[in-house]
Ligand binder design. Sequence first.
Ligand code: UDX
Length: 440
Amino acid sequence: MEALKIAMIGGGYVGLVSGACFSAFDTEVAVVEADPARLAALREGRIPIYEPGLTELVAEGVAKGSLSFGDDLKAAVQGADAVFIAVGTPTRRGDGHADLTYVYAAVEQVARCLNGYAVVVTKSTVPVGTGRRIAAIIEHVAPGLDVDVASNPEFLREGSAIADFMQPDRVVVGCATSRARDVLGRLYAPLITRAEQMIYTGVETAELIKYAANSFLAMKVTFINEMADLSEKLGANVMEVAHAIGLDARIGPRFLQPGPGFGGSCFPKDTLALVRIAQEAGAPSRLIEAVVAVNDARKASMSARVIAACGGSVRGATIAVLGLTFKPDTDDMRDSPSVPVVARLVEDGAHVRVHDPQGMDQARPLLPPDVTYCDSIEGALGGADALVVVTEWKAFRNLTPEAIRAAMAGNVVVDLRNIFDPAAMVAAGLRYYGIGTTPR
Ligand code: UDX
């Protein structure tokens, strides 16, 4: 059978990861990127985001000729079996809705350029009903054009996106025709080891699955965060609670790590969008409304923990903050809990020194100007009165309590990710505050 050809509209995170992964099999992938600077970088093999393994995978695809980057949308879509729309859907200012301007603009262009059958697939997370709207736009721009519209949500975690793509728990395809189903089924066939991994649904269902999955996971994280607060009040240990409930196969152990609240490009945006979608549909989700509110309040309250641990004031104190990104193995700072923590500490008169293995450049525009950026852990920690761990990078886990104690001038450690062993920290002479575990 002839190799499939696809066009990927948008060389952002989702487009790049998906495009590079598809190109690893025999599929011919043309990525269309409109931003000239970004396109130039991609053509030179410079990947503008940090994602482990992505640079290598892109280079392999380009070397064997199955992956290309360009700005000629017409050339990319003509002859393509499927056209993926992977442009950004930022949260619109004011009302929390996903901004679909880029999606609709891309669809219009695609409709004008197509000259034969193709499946137009949304990969961006879009509100339920967008597929239907896209079909209407195509019919309006190019009446009678032979296309099918499909929804194929992605479930990629930053930092492990390639593994998530290559070994998917499941692939969801929402479409209305067997023709579209065949194209997408063939495209994903190399990744599918069990028939149950491939799920075909209607378009609206596929669109809702993405929101339901992310909202459920955000709810799970928020649940354990509340249990952490409760554990602190009751003298219980949330890590043991999480472990024990996670062994129940109905609950499962993952996404039960308490922390400073969820951030990133998906959970905050998708929970908010689901709240709006549900409100407008007349079936409000009280549960996810609460998740959004609880998580926002949690992120805003983390600095108060640090201030309390420092005896009620941080004025004049030197505070080392390790980790700025919303999670490890990414340079993504979107909605990171580090932003309100650092802002408040600076506002309250602390000298804040930060270190992050990947996120410092992205952090600069988001943090107050008088923060000191340190190239090393030691640079941030040396002589500090207090240490705050905001992101659980592996390099931080490897620090020994003795090394921390020796480097610091003070002895307060606020570990918002529970990466250290409380007993060992206390034994080394540190005043250790974890999440839901601290012996108070
Ligand atoms: C998420 C989804 O996992 C992925 O399927 C989706 O397609 C995109 O959104 P991502 O945002 O990359 O991926 O990060 P994820 O690993 O899911 O973490 C999200 C947030 O929850 C982070 O802030 C993380 O620190 C937090 N989290 C996660 C916890 O606090 N505890 C956990 O146990 C898990």
